[in-house]
Ligand binder design. Structure first.
Ligand SMILES: Cc1ncc(C[n+]2csc(CCOP(=O)(O)OP(=O)(O)O)c2C)c(N)n1
Length: 650
């Protein structure tokens, strides 16, 4: 690797020289179908799972025939076939994915563990603590392996933490832990074997701190000036490969000549594989392919268990799926009931659907949407979570690796901020990066109007609309609340489902009793009209409808976007053409809101239809305030009349 890097034949990569025994020992001690979440020093995990070197070289050359079609660098890729989950640069988030995989094993009653790696530096991340806590509280068979090599990038451990050993951190969570010599291959191997048995038999997590040393810089360019030279001399003597070689000679397992032969054969193998990699075709960008790989296809169910195969299957009744048409009628239900019915029918439909969230089990959730679910579907599928938003999003992804669907309820959309990294970097990017889907729905109780202040009423949908790989839906009616949630759960991609809290019990409408989908990506014409067009979503739809009702002399075309990512551009175009005067209305603040994006699209694509500038009516560019009068003043609705008049009078 060093030679190839210097020759420019592979790109920047992170050396595990001096730490090989850990990756190799761990991988050899596991079954080949047990998931590993490796990090940047774990080449031995990839080679240990027998990934062809030629394809690995193509990966490091950014070639299309590597593991990520040239989209990812160094070790940031995974392969479901090899049960290796690709890391993201942020390190800590990978630990919770192992929780999710372990939960899947537990639910299926499988005799398996998952393994996640961390460096000593990574143990300072909040994600480390959340992942350990969830694993401990849920009694998950997961092994956390820490490679304590004494340094972060350059930061020594005494500037990283104050506990004596990292194993102590596990004890704080009620988890067993052990510190071992990470440079002794057999010690690593035997420890993992034993710990694996412990985790499976006791259904508990375990932490292993492997003491080791990094013999080279963080990566080659950064050097090792900050490391006292005597440490290299000390650790050189403990080199894991040499030690194992000596052991094999001492015990007469191998002779000097046999070792020379192995080295010669390996060299030939490497050269041959490198040559194959060198013959790979040069990558030519294909924009269509780039765009279409962002999302998993709707038909992708490759790693899904069929309903009947599933251990949770109890012969539940399965209704045929229909697509909702607006001629369909149903009993009057509240918005909140539409959500509840969608979840209930989806739980019956998908025995592999797991619900997770704070207080969602016996308590029924902050908004009582899952009331009664735990009695009907059990604690395994309706899971109270600790206050660990990041780890729960990560666990949801882990469940998806093992063919489960999951719905996570954010208690309030505002709290997605502490799970943000997992959502935008792990869930959103995974399919584009290495072809793995994230079959996860996150419910986001959102919006203001009830005097709940800056941290219980934000509109944060725009944070997510800007992230390729996510889908963002935002119903405004009870029937769409049901149909969009069913569609979101059926969709194999990560979907953020925004539900406006003020609509929960204030809005009612017909909700068909059938199990049906409202198609994601399709807007709805609420009303046709000739004077002006209002394009909106969520609470904005009701503001626009109220306004139209109170101003009957105006003929207003109202478009409910329903999905914000992907947007229904055809419907937007038609709505613009209908009146030539467009107002974008949303509860979110103005700057960087979705209205700006749609206004730009209209300017670019519908200029000839316009009879007035596109206007945006949004909330004030301040945090959302608590006092009801201040909140009213903040809300876009308080300026709606002014904007409509400006548009009409233009
Ligand atoms: C969240 C985050 N912060 C900072 C970095 C930059 N960074 C990459 S590796 C690294 C050091 C990691 O140290 P450690 O966990 O001990 O692992 P090691 O590299 O020593 O194996 C840092 C600071 C990062 N990748 N992610």
């Amino acid at each position: 690797m060093l030679i190839l890097l210097r020759q420019g034949k592979i790109s920047k990569w992170f050396s595990g020289i001096g730490q090989e025994a850990i990756s190799v020992g761990v991988t050899q001690a596991l079954q080949s179908d047990e998931w590993i979440m490796p990090l940047h020093r774990n080449l031995g995990v990839f080679t240990g799972r027998n990934m062809p070197l030629s394809k690995l070289f193509m990966q490091w050359q950014g070639n299309k025939e590597g593991y990520s079609k040239g989209r990812e660098r160094s070790f940031h890729f995974g392969s479901a076939a090899h049960h290796i989950c690709g890391m993201i640069s942020h390190l800590g988030p990978q630990l919770a994915i192992a929780d999710g995989v372990a939960l899947a094993h537990k639910l299926k009653g499988e005799q398996k563990v998952s393994v996640a790696f961390s460096g000593d530096g990574g143990t300072s991340e909040g994600d480390f603590h959340e992942a350990l806590n969830v694993a401990a509280v849920w009694d998950l068979p997961v092994i956390f392996v820490i490679e304590n090599n004494g340094y972060g990038l350059s930061t020594p451990v005494n500037e990283q933490f104050r506990c004596f050993s990292l194993a102590d951190k596990a004890r704080g969570y009620g988890m067993e832990a052990v510190r071992i010599d990470g440079n002794n291959l057999l010690e690593v191997y035997e420890t993992i074997k034993g710990v694996r048995e412990y985790c499976i038999n006791n259904q508990k997590p375990y932490l292993i701190e492997c003491m080791t040393f990094r013999m080279r810089g963080h990566e080659e360019a950064s050097g090792v000036k900050y490391v006292p030279p005597e440490l290299f001399e000390l650790w050189e003597k403990k080199d894991p490969v040499k030690r194992y070689e000596e052991y094999l000679i001492e015990t007469a397992v191998l002779s000097d000549t046999a070792i020379e032969q192995i080295k010669a054969d390996t060299k030939v193998y490497i050269e041959r594989e490198l040559q194959i990699a060198g013959q790979a075709t040069i990558l030519t960008p294909d924009t269509n392919e780039e765009l279409s790989d962002v999302y998993a296809k709707l038909s992708v169910v490759s790693n899904q268990l069929s309903v009947e195969q599933h251990p949770n299957y109890a012969g539940t009744h399965h209704s045929p799926l229909t697509t909702h048409s607006y001629s369909t009628k149903g009993p009057e239900k509240r918005f909140v009931d539409g959500i509840k019915e969608a979840l209930h029918q989806s739980m019956q439909q998908h025995p592999n659907l797991i619900l997770m969230g704070q207080d969602i089990a016996e308590y029924g959730g902050a908004f009582k949407i899952t009331e009664g679910f735990v009695e009907e579907f059990g604690k395994q599928r309706v899971r109270n979570t600790p206050l660990c938003e990041s780890a729960i999003v990560g666990a949801a992804l882990g469940l998806s690796l093992e063919g489960y669907k999951s719905m996570m309820e954010m208690q309030f959309a505002d709290f997605a901020a502490v799970g943000f990294n997992q959502i935008i970097n792990n869930l959103a990017k995974i399919h584009y990066r290495w072809g793995q889907n994230a079959d996860v729905v996150i419910r986001m109780p959102t919006g203001g109007g009830v005097g709940a202040g800056p941290f219980h009423s934000q509109s944060n949908e725009a944070w997510f609309v800007h992230t390729p790989g996510l889908k963002v839906v935002y119903p405004s009616t009870p029937e769409d609340a049901k149909g969009l949630l069913i569609a979101a759960i059926n969709d194999p991609n990560p979907v953020l489902y925004f539900e406006h809290k003020a609509l929960y019990r204030s809005i009612s409408g017909p909700v068909p009793e059938a199990y049906y989908e409202t198609e994601i990506g399709k807007a709805r014409i609420v009303d046709e009209g000739d004077d002006i067009t209002i394009i909106t979503y969520g609470a904005g739809v009701h503001w626009a409808m109220d306004y139209a009702k109170n101003h009957r002399y105006l003929s207003i075309y109202i478009l409910d976007l329903r999905t914000l990512l992907p947007l229904d551009y055809a419907a937007i175009g038609t709505a613009v053409a209908a009146t030539g005067k467009v107002l974008l209305l949303h509860e979110d603040t103005l700057l960087g809101g979705i209205g700006g994006e749609i206004a730009a699209w209209i300017a670019e694509n519908c200029f000839s239809y316009l009879d007035a500038p596109v206007l945006r009516c949004a909330s004030l560019d301040t945090p959302i305030p608590f006092n009801l009068e201040l909140e009213k003043n903040f809300m876009a609705y308080s300026r709606l009349d002014e904007y409509v008049k400006r548009l009409i009078n233009y």
